[in-house]
Ligand binder design. Structure first.
Ligand SMILES: NC(=O)c1ccc[n+]([C@@H]2O[C@H](COP(=O)([O-])OP(=O)(O)OC[C@H]3O[C@@H](n4cnc5c(N)ncnc54)[C@H](OP(=O)(O)O)[C@@H]3O)[C@@H](O)[C@H]2O)c1
Length: 330
């Protein structure tokens, strides 16, 4: 089978190669999935650069999620899923390959009405947006939620979840053009950090109180400003490292008002959940993707052989939507 292989960590556009690897054989309780489509997420690029939270051994095949068809396996669950199209969340990476072997309980049948593109992006961003806002923070109706990188795929899902569940989003982006775009889509509030002070805007919008909830995948100076924008008792989730910079927070910012800054990592949250919680979560995600709330906008789809061009486009600032790899066809 063909797979995208990384033999050393570095610039994805230079180190990734398409190579022939032996077809993997499923063991007891496992399935082999013939992959169809997989997205290029920031976490894939961080892993290839060698700076992700948990690095696999080299050589490595990237790809933390995707969609494929179960083509072999052993055990009852494997038989139930045979020939079905499934979402393939893969915390260890490996989905950028024509075939991948995983525990049968890790793959989830996806509704037939979803396109391959929507099914490929079924898990990482939709689940994180839903879990952070509804399960971890439980943002109540009417409350402000501040989010940075608000124009990202995940950020746009959070904006639509706010509309659905009644919480207000204060959306922070790094470019005025993106702020204008979000305003045209009717968001509650936008701050463009290339032109405005985040803390001043928050003070004005909240009558000096600050925001009770914030989620930040940027870190660095922006993350520090987010922490300084929290209200008394406020909570902030850190869930990404887009700036590549450490977070500097004056201890007094957190001491006064007993605010909390916490990390969030979807794959770790999943490990703490029961099978029932995960079943209900997957069902809700399927419904919310179909209704458009957790849908992903697609910028471009590249054949797997063009992976270097694909990762170059995925890493380009100002890109509109996700870049996907087409690995196989139905
Ligand atoms: N912790 C978890 O479990 C988890 C799960 C899912 C996602 N994530 C994280 O969530 C984030 C968003 O993912 P995604 O797939 O939605 O991303 P995406 O669609 O690829 O979009 C990335 C966005 O980040 C913005 N950005 C990049 N670098 C930035 C910087 N230094 N300062 C401010 N903004 C910056 C980009 O702005 P421009 O448009 O200006 O280029 C773009 O809007 C990523 O950090 C990802 O790793 C974490």
């Amino acid at each position: 089978m063909k797979a995208v292989v990384c033999e050393k960590w570095g610039d994805p556009a230079e180190v990734l190669q398409v190579r022939d690897l032996p077809t993997p054989e499923p063991g007891p309780g496992q399935v082999r999935v013939r992959m169809l489509v997989s997205p290029i997420n920031p976490s894939d690029l961080l892993m290839v650069r060698g700076v992700y939270g948990r690095q696999p051994p080299l050589p490595a095949v990237p790809g933390f999620e995707g969609v494929g068809v179960v083509e072999a396996g052993s055990g009852l669950l494997a038989r139930l899923r045979m020939n079905r199209r499934v979402a393939v969340p893969n915390g260890g990476g490996g989905d950028w390959a024509e075939q991948v072997v995983l525990p049968a309980r890790q793959v989830w049948p996806v509704p037939s009405r979803l396109t391959d593109e929507q099914a490929a992006t079924f898990f990482v961003n939709p689940a994180s947006a839903l879990v952070m806002t509804r399960h971890v923070l439980g943002v109540p109706s009417g409350a402000w939620l501040l989010q940075t990188a608000a124009g990202s795929a995940l950020g746009r899902m959070v904006i639509r979840l706010g509309r659905l569940f009644g919480f207000r989003t204060l959306n922070v982006v790094r470019r005025r053009a993106q702020a204008e775009e979000l305003l045209r889509e009717g968001v509650d509030a936008v701050v463009a950090t290339d032109e405005e002070s985040l803390t001043e805007r928050v003070r004005a919008l909240t009558q000096g109180e600050g925001v009770p909830f914030a989620i930040d995948p940027v870190g660095g100076a922006t993350g520090g400003e987010v922490a300084a924008s929290l209200a008394r008792g406020g909570r902030m989730l850190l869930y990404g490292t887009l700036s590549g910079e450490p977070l500097t927070i004056d201890p007094r910012v957190l001491m006064v008002g007993q605010k909390r800054v916490e990390g969030f990592w979807m794959s770790e949250w999943v490990r703490q959940q029961s099978a029932v919680t995960m079943f209900l979560l997957f069902r809700q995600i399927g419904q919310l993707i179909r209704s458009g709330v957790l849908a992903t906008e697609v910028a471009a789809t590249f054949p797997m052989n063009d992976v270097r061009a694909a990762v170059r486009q995925a890493a380009t600032p100002g890109r509109q939507g996700k870049v996907l790899l087409r690995i196989g066809s139905r």
